[in-house]
Design a protein around this ligand. Sequence first.
Ligand code: NI
Length: 188
Amino acid sequence: MAILKIARMGHPVLSRPALPIADPTAPAIARLIDDMMETLEDANGAGLAAPQVHVPLRLVLFRVPPGREPAEGDDGGDSNPAPESGLESPTVLINPVIEPIGERMVEDMEACLSLPGLAGIVPRYHHIRYRWTDTEGQNHEREARGFHARVVQHECDHLDGILYPMRMTDLSTFTFTSELGRPAAVEA
Ligand code: NI
């Protein structure tokens, strides 16, 4: 196991499409996942995509921190999703594919380990379905809402060379996290 160096915005590996993984059961993939798990833990992130550790393959890890599920009461008339279990530990998605369910977009603050110290408001689909392969080569399908849907969309964007600022519609919300909470009004 090793903590891997994380690529920062501007590195070419973050801007090119990643390649499908032909054999999800390969020992090299298992080693990469072990190292990415350790790197995610060390960085205390919600997710990590292989291109962020300079490996241009379609593999991501994500987790839903306690308190981020269910979808924070913004369910907007959908049937109320039950709290999901098993998402607090990292989940591995190999060759994931996302499909939006409905057109509803929701806005929330995002950050990224490849843009340290920055954050911004990003619109994402509220409700998605995604398919992936696990490390044993089995295929899965699941629906997600709220933060769970957001983190999967963010991580899978990395596989297509997309960083969250490219999804932002209001760049005035782009900020250094160290400036969050500073009073907006200045007395003249
Ligand atoms: Ni990211």
